[in-house]
Design a protein around this ligand. Structure first.
Ligand SMILES: [Mg+2]
Length: 340
């Protein structure tokens, strides 16, 4: 006989299965069998990434709505596919949740987990990413672990290692918005009396736009695909740890150095240069391109800004130099960790 827990889990899986579509492009077989079956197109490489989100570390149940947690869980992984120029195919999601997040409560018509899937599946649908499997277990703390599979034209994935001296350095979108939004959310949290909640903070309408980059970051999938299609970028990565840290990653992998013009940084409204340089989780793309390539000022509606250039690496010089009106200074890696 199946235990009450098992019956509950099966019913939940059935509910999720009914919410997601049929197998999409690249997925032969989704949820229901022992394994999913994936089939990329001929001449494609598979791109695979995993990402772990933990309550208190990557999100807070009493700060973030379940929809936000669902969205952000997937956005982090999708952004890595965007950075490789990969087309998302499928995602696998394993959840470890305390029982009160799975059950309906008297006060609320939907359980936390249902609202989590609202956020998760809305973003998955937007980027045609099929939820093709996963697992669910009881856990003392909320944990969401995802695997994302994408496909990219064989040999054309955007790597961190391709930047060359004299290349120009570009970034999509605006910078600093995620950390600025997070700071505002933290202020809301401290203004409110401490109480245990799993619904997240109620965000006043006047803060909705400012909090958007933190609560609902948009992975630049379309822009990554565009860069591959037009063979524009020599190297790329997504800004998850903050520009200062991520640019060091790119320089290290390419064995080059970089100079960033502080006056060129595209700041999100109401953010500081510090936040743009070091704030993480913007999930914009940072890429390099040869000066011979014409890079448009926007790709599919998202602005693209040249913020500097690549130079030869020299032992005596910093890896990343910040050019300011007062002169040049070394830009240290100071990626920001939200909850540390
Ligand atoms: Mg990444």
């Amino acid at each position: 006989m199946r235990s009450k827990n098992e019956v509950g889990e099966l019913a939940l899986l059935d509910k999720i299965r009914r919410r997601i579509g049929r197998a999409g492009s690249g997925v032969q077989l989704g949820i229901g069998d022992d394994c999913a079956l994936l089939r990329p197109r001929p001449g494609e490489d598979l791109a695979v990434t995993t990402d772990l989100s933990i309550d208190g570390r990557h999100f807070k149940l009493d700060w973030h709505s379940p929809q936000t947690v669902g969205h952000r869980t997937l956005a982090r992984g999708l952004s890595d596919l965007a950075a490789m120029g990969a087309r998302p195919i499928a995602t696998f999601l394993s959840l470890g949740l305390p029982p009160e997040l799975v059950q309906n409560t008297k006060r609320r018509s939907s359980a936390w987990i249902d609202l989590f899937y609202d956020g998760f599946l809305a973003l998955a649908g937007k980027h045609k990413t099929l939820l093709a499997g996963g697992d669910l277990a009881q856990s003392p703390i909320a944990v969401a672990d995802i695997v994302l599979i994408g496909a990219v034209r064989r040999g054309h994935a955007l790597l961190r290692s391709g930047a060359r001296p004299n290349d120009l350095l570009y970034v999509t979108g605006k910078l600093g918005g995620a950390v600025a939004g997070f700071t505002k959310l933290a202020k809301l949290a401290s203004a409110r009396a401490a109480r245990h909640s799993t619904t997240g903070l109620k965000v006043p309408a006047r803060l909705a736009t400012a909090l958007q980059p933190h609560l609902f970051p948009q992975p630049r999938i379309e822009q990554g695909l565009w860069l591959v299609r037009h063979q524009v970028a020599t190297a790329a990565l997504d800004l998850s740890d903050g520009l200062s840290t991520d640019l060091h990653h790119l320089c290290d992998e390419s064995n080059v150095a970089a100079e960033v013009d502080v006056t060129a940084l595209p700041l999100f409204p109401d953010t500081t240069v510090e936040q743009a340089l070091h704030g993480g989780e913007d999930y914009e793309l940072l890429f390099t391109a040869s000066r011979a390539k014409r890079v448009p000022s926007a790709i599919l509606g998202i602005p693209v800004t040249c913020i500097g250039h690549i130079v030869k690496r020299q032992q005596s010089k910093p890896t990343v130099t910040l050019l300011t009106p007062q002169g040049a200074e070394s830009l240290e890696r100071r990626g920001w960790e939200h909850f540390s």
